[in-house]
Design a protein around this ligand. Structure first.
Ligand code: ATP
Length: 200
């Protein structure tokens, strides 16, 4: 089964693209919600987080103390790296378990992750896609979707690896700028992946 990774900056439309692949019958693993889920479910990960960032990382009912963790990792690269080093391997395990349940006659699966390249997860995929859009389009989308200010969107964007760097690692680009047809691009890639899957 071919593994296809897909990523894109905030507001690029990667989730929207994945929904189209889902309509085509392709199973999609969403790494970001999975990461949030395992942070309160995976015992090994929970123990690691408590050991590294303190027992107070969780409330007594088992929910995550986001404020405590954010206070440590926000604007602190070294601490953020430590958290990612705990979370990413747990997400990889989650993906492997998820994939085992996919019917064996499936041609390919998609793994959507905001940090596909940064986490090294792309190396475990056979093909990697980057979804791009002009910055002003991304900003307008996120303002509309999340109801936050332009400055807040830009602050989040500044924390992400620039598209130029991601492009070097990507095998395919999807340009989601509302001028190029998104459906046609997805259908074109789907056709290519089905052909590759046969030879895989
Ligand atoms: P994030 O990383 O912030 O979660 P994302 O890359 O997953 O973002 P989406 O959530 O798919 O992006 O898209 C951002 C917003 O833009 C959504 O509200 C979505 O409906 C909208 N959007 C995405 N692509 C298009 C498009 N081609 N035309 C119109 N709206 C779009």
């Amino acid at each position: 089964m071919l593994k296809v990774g897909i990523t894109g900056g905030i507001g690029s439309g990667k989730t929207t693209v994945c929904k189209i692949f889902e309509v085509l019958g392709i199973p999609v693993f969403y790494a970001d919600p999975e990461a949030k889920n395992i942070m309160i479910k995976d015992e090994v990960l929970i123990a690691g987080i408590k050991e590294t960032f303190g027992e107070e990382s969780y409330f007594s009912d088992g929910t995550l103390n986001n404020k405590h963790l954010a206070g440590i990792v926000f604007n602190n690269e070294a601490e953020l790296k430590k958290l990612n080093a705990l979370v990413h391997p747990a997400v990889f395990r989650g993906f492997d378990n998820w994939e085992k349940q996919i019917p064996s006659n499936t041609s390919y699966t998609l793994k959507e992750a905001a940090l596909l390249f940064e986490s090294g997860s792309y190396k475990m995929c056979d093909i990697n896609i980057l979804v791009t859009a002009p910055p002003e389009v991304k900003i307008a989308r996120v303002i509309q979707r999340d109801g936050i200010s332009e400055e807040q969107v830009k602050a989040r964007m500044d924390k992400q690896l620039p598209d130029e760097e991601k492009m070097r690692l990507a095998d395919y680009l999807i340009i989601n700028d509302e001028k190029n047809s998104l459906i046609e691009q997805v259908l074109g890639l789907h056709k290519q992946f089905l052909e590759k899957a046969v030879r895989y």
